[in-house]
Design a binder for this molecule. Structure first.
Ligand code: PLP
Length: 352
């Protein structure tokens, strides 16, 4: 086999990153353990409990309930599934801002639920009035995003929680990407700030766990019970996860990543990444690009196609939002030096 894994030294578009060394080592040790069958694999089950305890601490959840999912997609699907289970409607709907991740489209499709995507405001955040106008008696779930995929925006979570509460719907916060930045900001985003029922926070993004490690959390354990099915042939008796056999590497990697970094290293990463995003936004503005002011460390800006292509030709992994802005995610592997070199690429492309 002569294929090599992607190096990270020119990756600007991804929400994945180099795993933490301790997480990588832990993942390798537990490669063959199956957390899907905790009675047969008790050590990995203990590590999963430990990871969930820490994720609960990060997200202001008093009584930890949840599991390490395959990623944010699974966690979001499970949130929709859990809400559908309690909804007293034959035609349930989910109301989410149009900035919500496309995993909600998959969830709606799989679960036969109508997805109502509501326009965002001028600054790319969920418009509370528009969400309020979209909910009705059939609304099973309202979604708020704490760190949007394209612009890194944080929706007004307490206000959206109120809308959900008034509509008698469940409320889910998707902090898949933002969850390891937000504890070090002033945002109200988690279980402690609003009537949040379920929350997504992914160790395999800013958490620096190896893939696959998403995080699905629920305010009360009943939510997981609602998702559980009986598992006759296993030593364990029930399973709440969407996948069956799961990656012991993902769970052990998440536990180790959280142990090693919560909270001092995550805070240091947040400071470094925010500084890098501010630097990049300033440098781009000075050069005359139209920049969306970063809230969390993600910089979106207008970039002419010729420069975009020149950057891609120079090996930069770069992507555009649905509305056309280039977006740079200041992940843990993105250094100031990388950004300087990237700016040099743009400068050369403009001159050339
Ligand atoms: N939610 C948000 C906010 C995301 O940014 C992403 C992916 O980038 C997801 C969910 C989906 O996560 P995954 O790709 O791990 O399934």
């Amino acid at each position: 086999m002569d294929a090599s894994p992607q190096e990270f030294d020119r990756v600007l578009s991804s929400m994945c990153t180099r795993p933490h060394p301790e997480a990588r080592a832990a993942a390798e040790r537990f490669l063959a353990d199956n957390p899907g069958d905790p009675a047969t694999y008790p050590a990995i089950a203990d590590l999963e409990d430990r990871a969930v305890d820490t994720l609960a601490e990060v997200t202001g959840l008093d009584d930890p309930a949840g599991y390490v999912a395959s990623g944010g997609t699974e966690a979001n699907i499970q949130a929709v599934r859990a809400a559908r289970e309690v909804a007293e409607s034959d035609t349930p709907n989910v109301v989410a801002p149009e900035s919500a991740h496309f995993s909600f489209n998959k969830a709606a499709d799989l679960l036969g639920v109508e997805l109502r995507l509501v326009p965002v405001d001028d600054d790319y955040r969920a418009d509370v009035d528009a969400v309020g106008a979209a909910v009705d008696d059939d609304t099973a779930l309202v979604v708020g995003v704490a760190g949007t995929t394209e612009f890194g925006r944080v929706d007004p979570i307490p206000e959206l929680g109120l809308v959900a509460d008034e509509a008698d719907a469940c409320f889910h916060v998707d902090a898949a990407w933002g969850g390891f930045h937000l504890p070090f900001t002033d945002h109200d985003w988690h279980f402690g700030h609003a009537p949040v029922d379920t929350l997504t926070i992914d160790p395999h993004k800013v958490g620096r766990a190896p893939i696959p490690a998403g995080g699905f959390l629920a305010r009360d354990a009943d939510t997981l019970d609602r998702l559980a099915v009986e598992t006759p042939y296993l030593e364990s008796t029930a399973q709440a996860t969407l996948t069956g056999t799961r990656s012991g590497a993902g769970v052990a990697g998440a536990a180790a990543a959280l142990d090693a970094q919560w909270s001092a290293e995550y805070e240091a990463n947040h400071e470094r990444a925010s500084g890098n995003a501010a630097y990049l936004a300033d440098e781009l503005t000075d050069r005359g690009y139209d920049v969306v002011d970063p809230e969390l460390p993600l910089v979106a800006f207008s970039l002419p196609e010729a420069e975009f292509e020149a950057a891609r030709d120079a090996g930069w992994r770069l992507s555009r939002t649905g509305s056309g802005e280039a977006r740079i995610v200041c992940m843990p592997h993105v250094t100031r030096e990388m950004l300087r070199t990237f700016l040099e690429t743009l400068d050369a492309a403009r001159v050339g």
